[in-house]
Design a protein around this ligand. Structure first.
Ligand code: AMP
Length: 188
Protein backbone atom coordinates (compact mmCIF):
# COMPACT_ATOMS: atom_id res chain seq x y z
CA UNK A 1 0.00 0.00 0.00
CA UNK A 2 1.38 3.43 -0.93
CA UNK A 3 2.36 5.65 1.93
CA UNK A 4 3.97 8.48 0.00
CA UNK A 5 3.62 12.14 0.65
CA UNK A 6 5.10 15.44 -0.42
CA UNK A 7 5.34 16.89 -3.89
CA UNK A 8 6.23 14.78 -6.91
CA UNK A 9 8.95 16.52 -8.88
CA UNK A 10 10.37 15.94 -12.32
CA UNK A 11 8.70 15.24 -15.63
CA UNK A 12 7.49 11.78 -14.57
CA UNK A 13 5.45 13.30 -11.75
CA UNK A 14 3.48 15.74 -13.89
CA UNK A 15 -0.24 15.07 -13.54
CA UNK A 16 0.23 12.16 -11.16
CA UNK A 17 -1.93 11.94 -8.06
CA UNK A 18 -0.20 11.20 -4.78
CA UNK A 19 -2.00 8.71 -2.56
CA UNK A 20 -1.57 8.50 1.17
CA UNK A 21 -2.55 5.58 3.35
CA UNK A 22 -5.58 6.50 5.44
CA UNK A 23 -7.10 4.69 8.43
CA UNK A 24 -10.71 5.45 9.38
CA UNK A 25 -12.46 4.30 12.56
CA UNK A 26 -16.15 3.41 12.30
CA UNK A 27 -18.60 3.13 15.19
CA UNK A 28 -22.35 2.80 15.56
CA UNK A 29 -24.68 1.93 18.43
CA UNK A 30 -28.05 2.83 16.92
CA UNK A 31 -30.00 1.27 14.07
CA UNK A 32 -28.69 -1.57 11.90
CA UNK A 33 -25.12 -1.03 13.08
CA UNK A 34 -23.40 -4.09 11.60
CA UNK A 35 -24.98 -3.91 8.15
CA UNK A 36 -24.56 -0.14 8.00
CA UNK A 37 -20.87 -0.43 8.87
CA UNK A 38 -20.37 -2.99 6.10
CA UNK A 39 -22.19 -0.71 3.65
CA UNK A 40 -20.08 2.28 4.71
CA UNK A 41 -16.87 0.26 4.35
CA UNK A 42 -17.90 -0.57 0.75
CA UNK A 43 -18.90 3.00 0.03
CA UNK A 44 -15.58 4.35 1.24
CA UNK A 45 -14.23 2.96 -2.02
CA UNK A 46 -15.42 6.25 -3.55
CA UNK A 47 -12.60 8.01 -1.72
CA UNK A 48 -9.95 5.37 -2.42
CA UNK A 49 -7.47 4.96 -5.23
CA UNK A 50 -7.39 1.20 -4.63
CA UNK A 51 -9.10 -1.44 -2.54
CA UNK A 52 -10.55 -0.80 0.90
CA UNK A 53 -9.35 -3.11 3.66
CA UNK A 54 -11.73 -3.72 6.56
CA UNK A 55 -11.17 -5.26 9.98
CA UNK A 56 -13.59 -7.63 11.64
CA UNK A 57 -16.57 -6.11 13.39
CA UNK A 58 -16.14 -5.77 17.15
CA UNK A 59 -18.73 -5.18 19.86
CA UNK A 60 -17.65 -2.81 22.63
CA UNK A 61 -19.26 -1.42 25.74
CA UNK A 62 -20.33 2.22 25.43
CA UNK A 63 -17.78 4.43 27.17
CA UNK A 64 -18.74 7.82 28.55
CA UNK A 65 -22.42 7.46 27.61
CA UNK A 66 -25.51 7.50 29.80
CA UNK A 67 -26.38 4.25 31.61
CA UNK A 68 -28.43 1.93 29.42
CA UNK A 69 -26.83 3.04 26.13
CA UNK A 70 -26.53 0.23 23.59
CA UNK A 71 -23.14 -1.39 22.91
CA UNK A 72 -21.18 -0.13 19.93
CA UNK A 73 -20.20 -2.02 16.83
CA UNK A 74 -16.73 -0.91 15.69
CA UNK A 75 -14.40 -1.50 12.77
CA UNK A 76 -11.37 0.10 11.17
CA UNK A 77 -10.83 0.46 7.44
CA UNK A 78 -7.75 1.47 5.47
CA UNK A 79 -7.30 2.68 1.94
CA UNK A 80 -5.07 4.83 -0.22
CA UNK A 81 -6.51 8.30 -0.80
CA UNK A 82 -5.49 11.18 -3.04
CA UNK A 83 -7.91 13.72 -1.55
CA UNK A 84 -6.86 16.30 1.03
CA UNK A 85 -7.62 15.43 4.67
CA UNK A 86 -10.29 18.14 4.86
CA UNK A 87 -11.97 16.89 1.67
CA UNK A 88 -12.04 13.41 3.16
CA UNK A 89 -13.45 14.73 6.46
CA UNK A 90 -16.24 16.50 4.56
CA UNK A 91 -17.00 13.30 2.65
CA UNK A 92 -17.16 11.30 5.89
CA UNK A 93 -19.40 13.89 7.56
CA UNK A 94 -21.78 13.74 4.58
CA UNK A 95 -21.90 9.95 4.96
CA UNK A 96 -22.56 10.22 8.72
CA UNK A 97 -25.60 12.37 8.02
CA UNK A 98 -26.79 10.12 5.19
CA UNK A 99 -26.59 7.12 7.55
CA UNK A 100 -28.88 8.87 9.99
CA UNK A 101 -26.68 10.97 12.23
CA UNK A 102 -28.28 14.27 13.16
CA UNK A 103 -25.78 17.09 13.57
CA UNK A 104 -26.02 18.46 17.11
CA UNK A 105 -23.73 21.46 17.59
CA UNK A 106 -24.79 21.84 21.24
CA UNK A 107 -23.84 18.33 22.30
CA UNK A 108 -21.09 17.87 24.82
CA UNK A 109 -19.16 14.65 25.27
CA UNK A 110 -20.29 11.37 23.79
CA UNK A 111 -23.74 10.30 22.67
CA UNK A 112 -25.39 7.38 20.93
CA UNK A 113 -25.03 7.59 17.17
CA UNK A 114 -26.06 5.73 14.04
CA UNK A 115 -22.71 6.37 12.39
CA UNK A 116 -19.42 7.87 13.57
CA UNK A 117 -16.47 8.13 11.18
CA UNK A 118 -13.12 9.35 12.46
CA UNK A 119 -9.90 9.81 10.51
CA UNK A 120 -7.44 7.93 12.70
CA UNK A 121 -4.41 8.83 10.59
CA UNK A 122 -3.71 10.27 7.17
CA UNK A 123 -0.32 9.24 5.85
CA UNK A 124 2.32 10.62 8.19
CA UNK A 125 0.54 13.92 8.67
CA UNK A 126 0.45 15.65 12.02
CA UNK A 127 -2.09 18.45 12.38
CA UNK A 128 -3.56 20.17 15.41
CA UNK A 129 -6.55 22.44 15.12
CA UNK A 130 -9.79 23.01 13.27
CA UNK A 131 -11.40 21.24 11.61
CA UNK A 132 -8.99 18.33 12.00
CA UNK A 133 -6.50 16.88 14.42
CA UNK A 134 -4.24 14.19 12.98
CA UNK A 135 -3.67 11.59 14.10
CA UNK A 136 -7.02 11.47 15.88
CA UNK A 137 -6.28 12.77 19.40
CA UNK A 138 -7.85 9.91 21.38
CA UNK A 139 -7.53 6.94 19.02
CA UNK A 140 -4.30 5.68 20.59
CA UNK A 141 -6.07 5.16 23.95
CA UNK A 142 -9.18 3.36 22.69
CA UNK A 143 -9.26 -0.42 22.61
CA UNK A 144 -12.17 -0.33 20.14
CA UNK A 145 -9.78 1.36 17.70
CA UNK A 146 -6.54 -0.40 18.64
CA UNK A 147 -7.80 -4.00 18.37
CA UNK A 148 -9.34 -3.69 14.87
CA UNK A 149 -6.33 -1.63 13.79
CA UNK A 150 -3.99 -4.37 14.96
CA UNK A 151 -5.88 -6.87 12.78
CA UNK A 152 -5.49 -4.71 9.70
CA UNK A 153 -1.98 -3.38 10.20
CA UNK A 154 -0.08 -5.04 13.07
CA UNK A 155 3.03 -2.92 12.40
CA UNK A 156 1.12 0.38 12.40
CA UNK A 157 2.42 3.23 14.52
CA UNK A 158 0.58 6.50 14.98
CA UNK A 159 2.52 9.33 13.36
CA UNK A 160 4.42 11.13 16.12
CA UNK A 161 4.26 8.20 18.57
CA UNK A 162 6.90 5.56 19.15
CA UNK A 163 4.78 2.83 20.76
CA UNK A 164 3.75 -0.31 18.89
CA UNK A 165 0.04 -1.18 18.80
CA UNK A 166 0.72 -4.02 21.24
CA UNK A 167 2.28 -1.59 23.71
CA UNK A 168 -0.68 0.81 23.39
CA UNK A 169 -3.14 -2.07 23.83
CA UNK A 170 -1.41 -3.25 26.98
CA UNK A 171 -1.87 0.12 28.72
CA UNK A 172 -5.22 1.22 27.25
CA UNK A 173 -8.13 1.59 29.72
CA UNK A 174 -9.92 -1.75 29.98
CA UNK A 175 -13.37 -2.09 28.44
CA UNK A 176 -15.57 -5.02 27.48
CA UNK A 177 -14.88 -5.77 23.85
CA UNK A 178 -15.37 -8.90 21.75
CA UNK A 179 -15.21 -10.05 18.16
CA UNK A 180 -18.60 -9.90 16.50
CA UNK A 181 -17.88 -11.27 13.04
CA UNK A 182 -15.11 -12.38 10.77
CA UNK A 183 -12.90 -10.01 8.90
CA UNK A 184 -14.75 -8.94 5.71
CA UNK A 185 -11.63 -8.24 3.68
CA UNK A 186 -8.05 -7.10 3.38
CA UNK A 187 -6.74 -4.81 0.66
CA UNK A 188 -5.30 -6.65 -2.30
P1 AMP B 1 -17.20 13.20 16.43
O1 AMP B 1 -18.20 13.50 17.46
O2 AMP B 1 -16.15 12.24 16.87
O3 AMP B 1 -17.78 12.82 15.10
O4 AMP B 1 -16.41 14.59 16.20
C1 AMP B 1 -16.52 15.31 15.02
C2 AMP B 1 -15.74 16.61 15.17
O5 AMP B 1 -14.36 16.32 15.45
C3 AMP B 1 -15.79 17.44 13.90
O6 AMP B 1 -16.06 18.76 14.26
C4 AMP B 1 -14.39 17.34 13.32
O7 AMP B 1 -14.02 18.55 12.68
C5 AMP B 1 -13.55 17.07 14.55
N1 AMP B 1 -12.34 16.29 14.31
C6 AMP B 1 -11.10 16.64 14.72
N2 AMP B 1 -10.20 15.71 14.35
C7 AMP B 1 -10.90 14.73 13.70
C8 AMP B 1 -10.50 13.50 13.08
N3 AMP B 1 -9.21 13.10 13.05
N4 AMP B 1 -11.46 12.74 12.48
C9 AMP B 1 -12.77 13.14 12.50
N5 AMP B 1 -13.19 14.29 13.08
C10 AMP B 1 -12.27 15.09 13.67
Amino acid sequence: MANSHGPITGAQGVGKQVSECVFVGIGSNLGRSASNIKAVADELGRFATGKVGCSSLWRSEPVGLAKGAAPFVNAVVCFDCSMTPVQLLQGLQEMEVRYGRSPNPLREGYESRTMDLDILSFGQRILAGQPLTLPHPRAWQRLFVLLPLQELAPEFRFPGRDESLQQLISVAPGIQIELLSEQPGQPG
